[in-house]
Design a protein around this ligand. Structure first.
Ligand code: NI
Length: 172
């Protein structure tokens, strides 16, 4: 296992639409292990493979309460939203690729989710609350969409300018 560097905006790879996973092999299992290690280390509650530069439709999530030390790791291969509730909810979101920035995003409050498990089984499950938001946020990553893309243009441009400037300072 190894920690992988997390891509930060404005890295263009974050805009890539990731490719479906054809089959679960040792490479996928090793990648998922690295993703969990990287996610827990950050720390974060969700990570998409493209955030470590791998354009495959793989997501790791753990929304268990951190303060109890409990873990509930979920790996999603080729996840998709089958249906979404009309009811919506608002959460303050953040993203490991947009460090130290948080903003409220409104999304469907509950979703029906389909994915392939690491064991190769097709799973259909209902998600609500924080898990529903997290799943939607991560699946967005697989389509090259960031949570700031759901904000007003004014807010988004302000964040982008801040990170463009940071990137320039890093390069100097
Ligand atoms: Ni994110």
């Amino acid at each position: 296992m190894s920690l992988r560097p997390i891509l930060i905006i404005p890295d263009k790879r974050l805009k890539i639409v990731s490719e479906p996973v054809a089959g679960i092999d040792d490479g996928v299992r090793a990648l998922v292990k690295d993703m969990f290690e990287t996610m827990y280390d950050a720390p974060g509650i969700g990570l998409a493979a493209i955030q470590i530069g791998v354009a495959r439709r793989i997501v790791t999530i753990d929304v268990a309460q951190k303060d109890t030390g409990e873990r509930n790791p979920i790996a999603l291969i080729n996840p998709e939203i089958v249906s979404a509730s009309a009811e919506r909810s608002v959460y303050e979101e953040g993203c490991l690729s947009i460090p130290d920035y948080f903003a409220e995003v409104e999304r469907p409050a509950a979703v029906k989710l389909r994915y392939t498990s690491l064991e190769g089984e097709t799973v259909e499950t209902d998600a609500e609350g924080l898990l529903a938001t997290c799943v939607q946020h991560e699946i967005d990553h697989l389509d090259g969409v960031l949570f700031i893309d759901h904000l007003s243009r004014l807010k988004r441009e302000r964040v982008k300018r801040r990170f463009d400037k940071l990137a320039r300072q890093r390069d100097e």
